[in-house]
Design a protein around this ligand. Sequence first.
Ligand code: AMP
Ligand code: FE
Ligand code: FE
Ligand code: ZN
Length: 295
Amino acid sequence: MSGVGTAGGGRDAGDSRRVDRRRIDLHTHSSVSDGTDSPSELMDKAVDAGLAVIALTDHDSFDGLAEAAAAAKRSGITLLPGMEMSTHLHGASVHLLAYGMDTEDPALNAELQRIRVGREDRVGPVLERLSGLGMQISREQVEAQAGDASSIGRPHIADALVEAGLVGDRTEAFDRWLHDGGPAHVERYTTELPAAIDLVHAAGGKAVIAHPWSRSSREVLPPEVLAALVAEHRLDGLEVDHHDHDLQTRRELRALTEELQIIATGSSDYHGAGKLDHELGCFTTDPAMYERLLS
Ligand code: AMP
Ligand code: FE
Ligand code: FE
Ligand code: ZN
């Protein structure tokens, strides 16, 4: 893997925008999961946003990484291969970012396949709930929104509701119907967090908990639980700088990473048109932390 020193350049030659070669965004989604840009489009936009390094971290899938790698090579940006894995701890959802793993690892791929099947199996029951609430949309309408995504998710159901004129946007669909515990929410299979960390490590990757204190997850992942995950499972880091964390939360999380001597990352969690307030590079990762992630 090339280091930060070799990143950047390419299309930016002659651009009036100053390219900060150290801008590193380690959490983004393409249309392989619930983002709206293809992996190639995403790499082009990352260059335009002045990023030197980008990680593609689609939900529960590596399927966008080959296309992203080819596009990144053309445009001179450094791609860190990643993935955001659906896990749970004590019944609550936790997202785990994996970086630099062997994407052919059989055990990890088998587990991701199981998660993706759970995603497919959940669509029908969610549509039944929605129907019971007076909102009729078909599986075909959801599949039309998902396109050839490997990882079908609630955002695609939200998009189908928007397309049918039943809600104004994804946010309204989540706020009214699809949020965790909401009227049309249905659980799906996810991996236990400690087992997921172990699987990522066995595949040679680093494991970083995504937006650990977003929404209600602070209660699920208090400092003592995070400390135990570091001590017992060698958790590598926490995503500190993220749209879902306010300034105070980011300060507390950063202090915790220092205390636990683990990596602190920052990223956009870009989803293209799917999440308008998450533009590429809105949060970035310190180059020294990125180097630790590569080591
Ligand atoms: P799923 O992968 O099907 O469990 O759906 C979770 C995904 O939905 C997350 O990765 C986000 O991209 C998106 N999401 C979750 N909550 C919201 C929300 N309140 N508004 C918009 N998108 C959301
Ligand atoms: Fe998402
Ligand atoms: Fe997430
Ligand atoms: Zn994400």
